[in-house]
Design a binder for this molecule. Structure first.
Ligand code: BES
Ligand code: MN
Ligand code: ZN
Length: 499
């Protein structure tokens, strides 16, 4: 939950309590958005215009000028430059960060876009503004001072756009889920073990007890189920692997005996630390492999966002949580293990562990539910980082409707995806000499062959999409978890729920 109250209004009233007003202006020094219509008190607008003249304002992107002549009648005024208005949309998330920095130590603020931004761009702006308030300071002895801002009003009044409130509600739920995803992915790997991640999921069952049921399977139960691929990864670690199952009853009423009705299934890779195992990774940068549970983090966060927004749909979320360590118990290159569906897998590289935990999680999901669609997300391959960087997540799917729905959600949220291929010619790279399949396909097309491996565990006719988020789950610039693709998936779910 954001620490401040948010509202969206068509007009800032005369008696508004906002102690800080934020305007946006272009390179000509014109305030955007027909601000006269957005304010009951035009004296504020005149002050902003005088400020622009007095401060030699250039209107460059993210330039900020402020006038803090503060008394009960005179709120502080800031004007933020938007640069070339043709690029306004491209800059909107940066402008949100600038706006947040400008107001964070005021009491209350009104952000005046007036009639400039539509519903969609308002969601980008407001979510980016909320994300600008995010901090992860669990392990700092001295925390930075808390921001003082307690209420923010967005003044938006574009004609024929009456659904800003709906947008804001969705954004707030998304922010709650995205923050959880960031928190768990940022957490240190000695703290966030598979059990600790399972405990985070258990909290949903407490906080949303009328809608959520959580079941956690340990290694003994997974052995009984024949999940040999999952266990081959987990066995090298002293931390017990966990398969976390979160059932969300948003359509079917929850009761002790209730079962989900053709749920949407979300499956996440939850490797709480990936050393590579016996196929050990190089030391440099290995600390980043604490976010190798970013797929599970995003699915957990999306589930929490759906709870917050009360989405009217049935959903099951399955998190495959394990630690990939080298030890005397660890799997060797050459080991052959059997997945829950009977497929034998030759492990040629123990660092290709994500697909091993996921294949059993995918089998489990299909065995126990009749999902209308399965979406998995995983920090699966370094090759995906090379292909798409941190801009777009790779999407692989066997289903056109799901592709269209994900691409629509990608456009709407700017949490972008790009379709990648699943031709059987790529799958040929996975042929094993000694077993049904091998767990690596060689250097070429590494993200594609990883997806082909997963597809082998999808039953005929089962709609499925795989998101490789190795590049997008982490923000290298701020050295922190991005919480992607929670915005994408939350928008997807909202569209599916028809809400
Ligand atoms: N977790 C890694 C993938 C990864 C790399 C995620 C960089 C985020 C940033 C995954 O388990 C892995 O090690 N994949 C190997 C597969 C290879 C052995 C076929 C890789 O990409 O090198
Ligand atoms: Mn690995
Ligand atoms: Zn990994």
């Amino acid at each position: 939950m954001s620490k401040f109250n948010l509202s969206v209004l068509p007009k800032l009233s005369e008696s508004s309590t906002a102690s800080h007003l934020v305007f946006f202006a272009d390179k000509q020094g014109n305030i955007l958005g027909n601000a006269a219509d957005a304010l009951a008190n035009t004296a504020h607008l005149e002050r902003a215009q005088s400020l622009i003249k007095a401060a030699n304002f250039k209107g460059d992107t993210n330039e900020v000028i402020s006038d803090y002549a503060l008394n009960s009648d005179n709120p502080a005024i800031s004007v933020i430059g938007v640069g070339d208005t043709k690029n306004l949309v491209n800059n909107i998330k940066k402008l949100a960060t600038t706006a947040y920095k400008t107001i964070k130590n005021s009491e209350s603020a009104a952000i005046i876009w007036g009639d400039v931004i539509c519903h969609k761009h308002f969601t980008w702006f407001s979510l980016a503004l909320l994300n600008a308030s995010y901090r992860f300071e669990n392990h700092k002895s001295k925390k930075s001072d808390a921001d003082t801002i307690s209420t923010i009003a967005f003044i938006n009044n574009k004609e024929s756009e009456n659904d800003y409130q709906d947008a804001l509600t969705q954004v707030q739920a998304t922010f709650v889920g995205q923050s959880l995803a960031r928190d768990v992915a940022n957490e240190a790997p000695n703290v966030l073990s598979p059990s600790a991640l399972a405990n985070e999921a258990q909290k949903l069952a407490q906080d949303y007890s009328d809608k959520v049921r959580v079941t956690v399977l340990g290694e003994e139960q997974m052995k009984e189920l024949g999940m040999g691929c999952f266990l081959a990864v987990s066995q090298g670690s002293d931390e017990e692997g966990k398969l976390v199952v979160i059932e969300y009853f948003g359509k079917t009423a929850k009761s002790d005996s209730a079962t989900l009705d053709n749920p949407i299934a979300l499956v996440g890779k939850g490797i709480t630390f990936d050393t590579g195992g016996i196929s050990l990774k190089p030391a440099a940068g290995m600390e980043d492999m604490k976010y190798d549970m970013g797929g599970a983090a995003a699915m957990l966060g999306t589930t929490k966002a759906a709870c917050e927004a009360n989405l009217p749909l049935d959903m099951v979320t399955v998190l495959a949580c394990a630690e990939n360590m080298p030890s005397g118990h660890a799997s060797r290159p050459g080991d052959i293990v059997t997945a829950m569906n009977g497929t034998t897998v030759e492990i040629l590289n123990t660092d290709a562990e994500g697909r091993l935990v996921l294949c059993d999680a995918l089998c489990y999901t299909q065995e126990n539910y009749k999902p209308q669609v399965i979406i998995d997300s995983a920090t699966l391959t370094g090759a995906c980082v090379i292909a798409l960087g941190s801009i777009r997540s790779a999407v692989y799917t066997n289903d056109e409707d799901t592709l269209f729905a994900l691409e629509s959600a990608s456009d709407f949220t700017d949490d972008l995806v790009w379709q990648m291929p699943l031709d059987s010619a790529y799958d040929d790279q996975l042929k094993s000499t000694f077993a049904d399949v091998q767990n690596i396909g060689g250097r070429e097309a590494g993200s594609v062959t990883a997806a082909c491996f997963l597809q082998r565990f999808i039953k005929d006719g089962q709609a499925w999409a795989h998101l490789d988020i190795a590049g997008t789950a982490w923000q290298s610039d701020i050295k922190g978890a991005s919480g992607r693709p929670v915005p994408l998936l939350m928008q997807y779910l909202k569209a599916q729920s028809g809400k």
